[in-house]
Design a protein around this ligand. Structure first.
Ligand code: ADP
Length: 569
């Protein structure tokens, strides 16, 4: 704009100078012409007066006077008789000049005493101004001047005029530059952030007011967007699920920390980078590309830490067009492990049920085929009964476990349980079994009241106590203890039995795991007892652990919060 204003001002200045120059020339020409005519008129009057005076003397003096006048002045002097014969001309030989009676100025002078005319001279071939005066002796005096005189004068004036014009043009260009700069400077230094603070041309005020209003509107919108962004960031950063927003070129628009963590990427700014920089998983990138084409896709993958991820790729549409896609990354490891253990559990259950059923079926078949001797039948029936009993215990344990599986900790109703009484009750229930195994049970309990589910806690202590008797030796001992420390209560079942090998200690709480294969065959069990104990402990917000030494005995400890209700709140 600055250049444009400058150019316009320069052109205006130059045009003004040129017009002034031409106008000055025209006016000067006209003025010079008028002055030349007045001068010619005045000369004619002077010369005529001189001739009138000389006429009284003689002709020779008249000639001398006319010569003198003709030489001294640039004007042409001509004397013409009344018949038009030229008797004297200061510039030409009068004898060779034609009759001038037809000349308008001569004709006018004869009739009016004075005549004038302006035309191209037939003699000189130049534009000439003539003034003729009738003398008292009847002769006509004519004085003339050519316009060359005027143009000569003007030509002399042109060089200084041109010089002046050039100086003016230069001055104008400088002035145009200076003014443009002064005009534009306040506009260039406008404080657009705070338009009301500008002290500038009144004409710009409406524009500044408009900018001010738009600035305020813009600021409101920016604040609103910033607020929404902060809200969105707060939501996404606190999400445990990963979220990645991609544009149509699979460039990352936003990614939360959970997504970076789950995909095993370093915490950094991924904005504008490709999805491949966040995850090199080819299938994930393919699924995202498919989502960009408008199709919802899913992908399951395992990350570097062995976590199982499920990724949902959803296209984002606006105005009927896909603008990008959103990836939602969910850690399904727990679900995956639960699914896996359920599958394993089903396989184990089938396997464990099959063994006694096969025996029962075998014995029953032998009896029905008549293959069994009558004396063996009662033995077979006893075996069938024993296997059926095993089956019942197994099914019972499976039912207990699946019931425990279905109960979430939140839904368990706790009540006050006297743990000392509970241990004594279990001890008396187990007395017969212990005597049969020649094992002594000792109860060493403090008066501890805890919150819990009495039936479940009793079941757990029963399982631990029966194991302590089962995996003991003759004349062995079992100690049932309950102690309290702070907010925790500890139920301890100790024996001086066969103990558990180090490598088995971690696994005995798994479902269907039985430690020593050799004695597992002789000692009956389902391999579910400790799994039930662990489940019950967890439902009470606690845990169960074991310390054992082979050949010396084992100590199982259930650690439970005294008031698990607090955990549920
Ligand atoms: P089971 O029905 O086989 O007893 P449990 O889940 O109760 O199943 O126990 C798992 C395994 O842990 C048992 O097979 C046994 O090998 C071992 N075990 C449990 N309690 C004791 C104990 N007090 N002393 C030695 N071994 C034990």
């Amino acid at each position: 704009m600055k250049k444009y204003i400058n150019l316009c001002m320069c052109l205006l200045a130059i045009a003004t100078c040129i017009v002034t120059f031409v106008a000055t020339l025209a006016v000067s020409y006209q003025t010079a012409l008028a002055r030349m005519e007045t001068e010619t008129m005045r000369q004619a009057s002077l010369v005529a007066a001189g001739l009138e005076h000389i006429d009284a003397l003689n002709n020779t003096q008249r000639q001398a006077y006319l010569h003198a006048v003709g030489k001294s002045d640039r004007s042409r002097v001509t004397v013409i008789e009344q018949d038009g014969t030229v008797i004297y001309d200061s510039n030409y030989d009068s004898k060779q000049m034609e009759n001038h009676i037809e000349r308008p100025e001569v004709d006018e002078a004869i009739h009016n005493g004075t005549g004038e005319s302006s035309r191209t001279s037939a003699t000189l071939g130049q534009q000439t101004y003539y003034v003729a005066k009738l003398l008292s002796n009847g002769q006509i005096l004519r004085v003339s001047n050519t316009t060359d005189l005027v143009t000569d004068d003007l030509q002399r004036a042109i060089p200084p005029l041109v010089l002046i014009i050039l100086v003016l043009v230069a001055l104008s260009i400088w002035l145009a530059n200076y003014l443009t700069h002064r005009l534009v400077r306040p506009i260039n230094t406008l404080k657009l952030d705070n338009p009301s603070q500008n002290d500038i041309y009144v004409e710009i005020s409406p524009l500044l007011h408009k900018i001010h209003a738009q600035n305020e509107e813009l600021q409101k919108q920016i604040d609103k967007m910033r607020h929404q962004k902060v809200e969105l960031e707060a939501i996404t950063s606190n999400m445990s699920e990963g979220m990645v927003v991609l544009d149509k070129e699979l460039k990352i628009l936003s990614v939360n920390q959970a997504a970076m963590r789950l995909l095993g990427a370093a915490l950094q700014d991924f904005a504008g980078k490709g999805l491949i920089t966040l995850s090199r998983d080819q299938v994930l990138n393919r699924r995202a590309s498919e989502a960009i084409k408008g199709r919802k896709t899913e992908h399951r993958m395992e990350n570097q830490n062995g976590r199982q991820l499920q990724i949902f790729c959803n296209p984002v549409q606006a105005d009927g067009q896909v603008r990008g896609c959103v990836l939602l990354i969910v850690d399904i490891s727990e679900k995956y492990v639960a699914e896996k253990s359920r599958r394993e559990f089903t396989a184990n259950v089938s396997h464990e049920l099959k063994t006694p059923l096969t025996s029962i079926s075998g014995y029953a078949e032998m009896i029905s085929n008549g293959m069994a001797q009558p004396k063996d039948i009662s033995g077979f029936a006893e075996k069938i009964h024993a296997e059926a009993g095993r089956l019942l215990v197994l099914v019972d344990d499976i039912i207990k476990l699946s019931q425990l599986d279905e109960r979430a900790p939140m839904t368990v109703q706790f009540e006050k349980v006297d743990l000392k009484k509970l241990l004594e009750s279990v001890s008396s229930q187990m007395r017969d079994y212990a005597e049969k195994k020649q094992v002594k049970i000792h109860v060493q309990a403090e008066d501890v009241i805890a919150n819990g589910v009495p039936r479940m806690l009793e079941e757990a202590v029963q399982n631990l106590c029966s194991n302590a008797i089962k995996y003991n030796r003759a004349k062995g001992n079992v100690w049932l203890r309950v102690t309290k420390c702070g907010d925790m209560v500890y139920i301890e079942v100790k024996d001086d039995g066969i103990g558990i090998a180090k490598q088995d200690q971690e696994r005995i709480f798994e479902r269907f795991y039985r430690a020593d294969k050799s004695h597992s065959k002789t000692i009956e069990g389902t391999g579910l007892g400790l799994a039930i104990v662990r489940h019950i402990a967890q439902l009470h917000g606690g845990s169960v652990g074991v310390q054992s030494e082979e050949g010396k005995g084992s100590v199982f400890t259930m650690s439970l919060p005294q008031n698990p209700n607090i955990l549920n709140e």
